[in-house]
Design a protein around this ligand. Structure first.
Ligand code: GUN
Length: 282
Protein backbone atom coordinates (compact mmCIF):
# COMPACT_ATOMS: atom_id res chain seq x y z
CA UNK A 1 0.00 0.00 0.00
CA UNK A 2 1.22 3.47 -0.81
CA UNK A 3 1.18 6.21 1.87
CA UNK A 4 -1.10 9.23 1.75
CA UNK A 5 0.85 12.37 0.93
CA UNK A 6 0.68 15.36 3.25
CA UNK A 7 1.07 18.12 0.70
CA UNK A 8 2.55 21.16 2.44
CA UNK A 9 2.39 23.33 -0.65
CA UNK A 10 -1.40 23.00 -0.96
CA UNK A 11 -2.02 23.34 2.78
CA UNK A 12 0.21 26.44 2.94
CA UNK A 13 -1.76 27.94 0.04
CA UNK A 14 -5.02 27.28 1.85
CA UNK A 15 -3.65 28.98 4.98
CA UNK A 16 -2.38 31.96 2.99
CA UNK A 17 -5.83 32.38 1.44
CA UNK A 18 -7.37 32.52 4.93
CA UNK A 19 -4.67 34.95 6.08
CA UNK A 20 -5.45 37.33 3.22
CA UNK A 21 -8.89 37.92 4.76
CA UNK A 22 -7.40 38.41 8.23
CA UNK A 23 -4.99 41.01 6.86
CA UNK A 24 -7.80 42.85 5.05
CA UNK A 25 -9.72 43.03 8.36
CA UNK A 26 -6.64 44.32 10.20
CA UNK A 27 -6.03 46.96 7.53
CA UNK A 28 -9.62 48.16 7.97
CA UNK A 29 -8.71 48.75 11.61
CA UNK A 30 -5.70 50.77 10.49
CA UNK A 31 -3.05 48.08 11.14
CA UNK A 32 -0.84 46.81 8.30
CA UNK A 33 1.19 43.81 9.52
CA UNK A 34 4.86 44.51 8.96
CA UNK A 35 7.75 42.04 8.97
CA UNK A 36 11.38 43.15 8.83
CA UNK A 37 13.89 40.50 7.79
CA UNK A 38 17.59 41.06 8.41
CA UNK A 39 19.94 39.25 6.04
CA UNK A 40 23.65 39.31 6.90
CA UNK A 41 26.23 38.31 4.28
CA UNK A 42 25.65 36.52 0.99
CA UNK A 43 24.82 32.92 1.81
CA UNK A 44 22.89 31.80 -1.32
CA UNK A 45 20.55 29.46 0.60
CA UNK A 46 19.69 32.22 3.10
CA UNK A 47 19.08 34.65 0.25
CA UNK A 48 16.73 32.21 -1.42
CA UNK A 49 14.79 31.55 1.84
CA UNK A 50 14.45 35.31 2.42
CA UNK A 51 13.10 35.78 -1.12
CA UNK A 52 10.48 33.12 -0.40
CA UNK A 53 9.45 34.95 2.78
CA UNK A 54 9.15 38.27 0.94
CA UNK A 55 7.04 36.75 -1.84
CA UNK A 56 4.67 34.98 0.56
CA UNK A 57 4.30 38.13 2.71
CA UNK A 58 3.34 40.16 -0.35
CA UNK A 59 0.79 37.55 -1.41
CA UNK A 60 -1.18 37.86 1.84
CA UNK A 61 -0.78 41.65 2.11
CA UNK A 62 1.87 41.71 4.83
CA UNK A 63 4.32 44.53 4.32
CA UNK A 64 7.87 43.17 4.40
CA UNK A 65 11.21 44.86 4.34
CA UNK A 66 14.57 43.16 3.92
CA UNK A 67 17.58 44.88 5.45
CA UNK A 68 20.78 43.53 3.92
CA UNK A 69 24.02 43.93 5.87
CA UNK A 70 27.50 42.96 4.72
CA UNK A 71 29.08 39.84 6.23
CA UNK A 72 31.64 42.11 7.86
CA UNK A 73 29.06 43.98 9.97
CA UNK A 74 30.00 44.06 13.66
CA UNK A 75 27.90 42.38 16.33
CA UNK A 76 27.42 45.79 17.97
CA UNK A 77 26.00 47.33 14.76
CA UNK A 78 23.61 44.41 14.30
CA UNK A 79 22.42 44.63 17.92
CA UNK A 80 21.89 48.37 17.50
CA UNK A 81 19.75 47.80 14.42
CA UNK A 82 17.64 45.25 16.32
CA UNK A 83 17.14 47.72 19.17
CA UNK A 84 15.95 50.34 16.68
CA UNK A 85 13.50 47.84 15.18
CA UNK A 86 12.31 46.90 18.71
CA UNK A 87 11.54 50.60 19.32
CA UNK A 88 9.79 51.11 15.96
CA UNK A 89 6.04 50.74 16.54
CA UNK A 90 5.30 50.17 12.87
CA UNK A 91 7.44 46.98 12.87
CA UNK A 92 5.48 43.99 14.24
CA UNK A 93 7.84 41.12 13.47
CA UNK A 94 11.64 40.89 13.33
CA UNK A 95 13.47 37.94 11.78
CA UNK A 96 17.25 37.69 11.58
CA UNK A 97 18.05 35.00 9.03
CA UNK A 98 20.40 32.34 10.41
CA UNK A 99 23.18 31.27 10.20
CA UNK A 100 25.16 34.42 11.01
CA UNK A 101 28.87 34.95 10.33
CA UNK A 102 31.11 33.31 12.95
CA UNK A 103 32.17 36.58 14.63
CA UNK A 104 28.56 37.27 15.68
CA UNK A 105 27.06 35.38 18.62
CA UNK A 106 23.71 34.10 17.39
CA UNK A 107 22.29 33.63 20.86
CA UNK A 108 23.02 37.23 21.77
CA UNK A 109 21.22 38.39 18.63
CA UNK A 110 18.20 36.17 19.33
CA UNK A 111 17.97 37.45 22.90
CA UNK A 112 18.09 41.09 21.76
CA UNK A 113 14.91 40.75 19.67
CA UNK A 114 11.90 41.77 21.76
CA UNK A 115 9.93 38.60 22.65
CA UNK A 116 6.78 40.40 21.43
CA UNK A 117 8.33 40.74 17.93
CA UNK A 118 10.08 37.35 17.86
CA UNK A 119 8.08 35.79 15.02
CA UNK A 120 10.67 32.97 14.76
CA UNK A 121 9.86 31.87 18.31
CA UNK A 122 13.55 31.53 19.13
CA UNK A 123 13.77 33.88 22.15
CA UNK A 124 14.23 31.99 25.45
CA UNK A 125 11.11 33.73 26.85
CA UNK A 126 9.02 32.30 24.01
CA UNK A 127 10.72 28.90 24.24
CA UNK A 128 9.87 28.89 27.97
CA UNK A 129 6.25 29.75 27.23
CA UNK A 130 6.11 26.97 24.65
CA UNK A 131 7.58 24.48 27.15
CA UNK A 132 4.99 25.41 29.76
CA UNK A 133 2.18 25.13 27.20
CA UNK A 134 1.34 28.85 27.10
CA UNK A 135 0.16 30.72 24.03
CA UNK A 136 3.17 32.25 22.27
CA UNK A 137 5.01 32.46 18.97
CA UNK A 138 5.84 28.87 18.09
CA UNK A 139 8.98 28.18 16.02
CA UNK A 140 7.80 28.06 12.41
CA UNK A 141 9.00 24.64 11.21
CA UNK A 142 7.72 22.67 14.24
CA UNK A 143 4.49 24.71 14.16
CA UNK A 144 4.13 23.84 10.46
CA UNK A 145 4.65 20.14 11.19
CA UNK A 146 1.97 20.16 13.92
CA UNK A 147 -0.41 21.94 11.53
CA UNK A 148 0.22 19.26 8.89
CA UNK A 149 -0.49 16.46 11.39
CA UNK A 150 -3.69 18.20 12.54
CA UNK A 151 -4.81 18.76 8.94
CA UNK A 152 -4.96 14.98 8.46
CA UNK A 153 -6.50 14.33 11.92
CA UNK A 154 -3.49 12.21 12.82
CA UNK A 155 -3.85 11.29 16.47
CA UNK A 156 -0.91 12.27 18.66
CA UNK A 157 -2.02 11.40 22.18
CA UNK A 158 -0.35 8.21 23.43
CA UNK A 159 1.59 7.79 20.18
CA UNK A 160 5.33 7.15 20.17
CA UNK A 161 7.03 10.03 18.35
CA UNK A 162 10.67 9.60 17.46
CA UNK A 163 12.63 12.69 16.50
CA UNK A 164 15.95 12.42 14.65
CA UNK A 165 17.86 15.66 15.17
CA UNK A 166 18.16 17.93 18.19
CA UNK A 167 18.60 21.43 16.76
CA UNK A 168 17.15 24.40 18.62
CA UNK A 169 15.17 25.33 15.48
CA UNK A 170 13.50 21.99 14.71
CA UNK A 171 14.39 18.86 16.71
CA UNK A 172 14.06 20.11 20.28
CA UNK A 173 10.90 22.19 19.80
CA UNK A 174 8.98 19.62 17.70
CA UNK A 175 9.55 17.08 20.48
CA UNK A 176 8.15 19.56 23.00
CA UNK A 177 5.07 20.35 20.88
CA UNK A 178 4.35 16.64 20.46
CA UNK A 179 4.82 16.13 24.21
CA UNK A 180 2.40 19.02 24.88
CA UNK A 181 -0.17 16.96 22.96
CA UNK A 182 0.57 13.86 25.05
CA UNK A 183 2.85 11.91 22.70
CA UNK A 184 5.62 9.77 24.17
CA UNK A 185 8.76 11.32 22.73
CA UNK A 186 12.19 9.87 21.99
CA UNK A 187 15.05 12.01 20.70
CA UNK A 188 17.74 10.46 18.50
CA UNK A 189 20.84 12.27 17.27
CA UNK A 190 24.33 11.80 15.85
CA UNK A 191 25.54 9.94 18.96
CA UNK A 192 22.55 7.58 19.11
CA UNK A 193 23.57 3.92 18.85
CA UNK A 194 21.37 1.51 16.86
CA UNK A 195 19.15 4.19 15.31
CA UNK A 196 16.94 1.51 13.73
CA UNK A 197 16.03 0.13 17.13
CA UNK A 198 14.27 3.42 17.88
CA UNK A 199 12.93 4.41 14.48
CA UNK A 200 11.20 1.06 13.90
CA UNK A 201 9.16 1.67 17.07
CA UNK A 202 7.94 5.11 15.96
CA UNK A 203 4.27 5.78 15.23
CA UNK A 204 5.35 9.28 14.16
CA UNK A 205 8.88 9.70 12.81
CA UNK A 206 10.29 13.22 12.38
CA UNK A 207 13.52 13.31 10.38
CA UNK A 208 15.54 16.52 10.67
CA UNK A 209 19.13 15.57 9.96
CA UNK A 210 20.11 17.49 6.82
CA UNK A 211 21.50 14.51 4.87
CA UNK A 212 19.80 12.57 2.03
CA UNK A 213 18.68 8.94 2.50
CA UNK A 214 19.29 8.74 6.25
CA UNK A 215 16.03 6.81 6.54
CA UNK A 216 14.82 3.99 4.28
CA UNK A 217 12.08 1.36 4.50
CA UNK A 218 14.15 -0.75 6.92
CA UNK A 219 13.99 2.08 9.48
CA UNK A 220 10.23 2.55 9.56
CA UNK A 221 7.30 0.70 11.03
CA UNK A 222 4.41 -0.34 8.77
CA UNK A 223 1.66 2.28 8.94
CA UNK A 224 3.75 4.99 10.57
CA UNK A 225 3.63 8.73 9.82
CA UNK A 226 6.90 10.03 8.37
CA UNK A 227 7.71 13.74 8.33
CA UNK A 228 10.78 14.69 6.29
CA UNK A 229 12.22 18.05 7.35
CA UNK A 230 15.37 17.81 5.20
CA UNK A 231 15.99 20.16 2.29
CA UNK A 232 19.13 18.94 0.54
CA UNK A 233 20.35 20.27 -2.79
CA UNK A 234 21.81 17.57 -5.05
CA UNK A 235 24.61 18.09 -7.60
CA UNK A 236 22.06 18.46 -10.42
CA UNK A 237 20.39 21.32 -8.51
CA UNK A 238 17.29 19.34 -7.55
CA UNK A 239 15.97 19.21 -3.97
CA UNK A 240 15.62 16.07 -1.89
CA UNK A 241 14.76 15.33 1.72
CA UNK A 242 16.43 13.15 4.37
CA UNK A 243 14.15 10.18 3.68
CA UNK A 244 14.40 7.69 0.82
CA UNK A 245 10.89 8.60 -0.32
CA UNK A 246 10.41 5.87 -2.93
CA UNK A 247 10.93 3.01 -0.49
CA UNK A 248 9.32 4.57 2.60
CA UNK A 249 6.17 5.62 0.72
CA UNK A 250 5.30 1.92 0.37
CA UNK A 251 5.38 1.31 4.12
CA UNK A 252 4.16 4.50 5.81
CA UNK A 253 0.51 5.52 6.28
CA UNK A 254 1.35 9.21 5.67
CA UNK A 255 4.48 10.89 4.33
CA UNK A 256 5.57 14.43 3.47
CA UNK A 257 7.30 14.91 0.09
CA UNK A 258 10.31 17.15 -0.59
CA UNK A 259 9.81 19.61 -2.19
CA UNK A 260 6.15 20.56 -1.48
CA UNK A 261 6.30 19.31 2.10
CA UNK A 262 7.40 21.00 5.30
CA UNK A 263 9.26 23.88 3.56
CA UNK A 264 6.20 25.88 2.40
CA UNK A 265 4.57 25.34 5.82
CA UNK A 266 7.51 26.99 7.60
CA UNK A 267 6.89 30.19 5.65
CA UNK A 268 3.12 30.03 6.15
CA UNK A 269 3.60 29.83 9.91
CA UNK A 270 5.94 32.83 9.81
CA UNK A 271 3.11 34.80 8.20
CA UNK A 272 0.72 33.51 10.85
CA UNK A 273 3.10 34.67 13.61
CA UNK A 274 3.51 38.09 11.97
CA UNK A 275 -0.26 38.58 11.88
CA UNK A 276 -0.42 37.48 15.53
CA UNK A 277 2.27 40.05 16.38
CA UNK A 278 0.35 42.77 14.51
CA UNK A 279 -2.74 41.90 16.54
CA UNK A 280 -0.62 42.38 19.66
CA UNK A 281 -1.48 38.93 20.93
CA UNK A 282 1.75 38.19 22.80
N1 GUN B 1 17.60 29.58 8.98
C1 GUN B 1 17.06 28.38 8.66
N2 GUN B 1 15.79 28.30 9.13
C2 GUN B 1 15.53 29.47 9.74
C3 GUN B 1 14.39 29.98 10.41
O1 GUN B 1 13.33 29.34 10.55
N3 GUN B 1 14.50 31.26 10.90
C4 GUN B 1 15.65 31.96 10.79
N4 GUN B 1 15.68 33.18 11.33
N5 GUN B 1 16.74 31.52 10.18
C5 GUN B 1 16.67 30.27 9.66
Amino acid sequence: MSAELINGRDLAQELRNQMKDEVIALKKDGVTPHLTVVLVGDNPASRSYVKGKEKASAEVGIQSKVIELPGTVSEEELLQLINELNDNNSVHGILVQLPLPKHIQEQKVIETISPSKDVDGFHPVNIGRMMTGQDTFLPCTPFGIMTMLHSKDISIEGKHAVIIGRSNIVGKPIGQLLLNENATVTYCHSKTKNLKEFTTKADILIVAVGRPNVINEEHVKEGSVVIDVGINRLQDGSLTGDVDFDSVVEKASHITPVPRGVGPMTIAMLLHNTIKAAKGLT
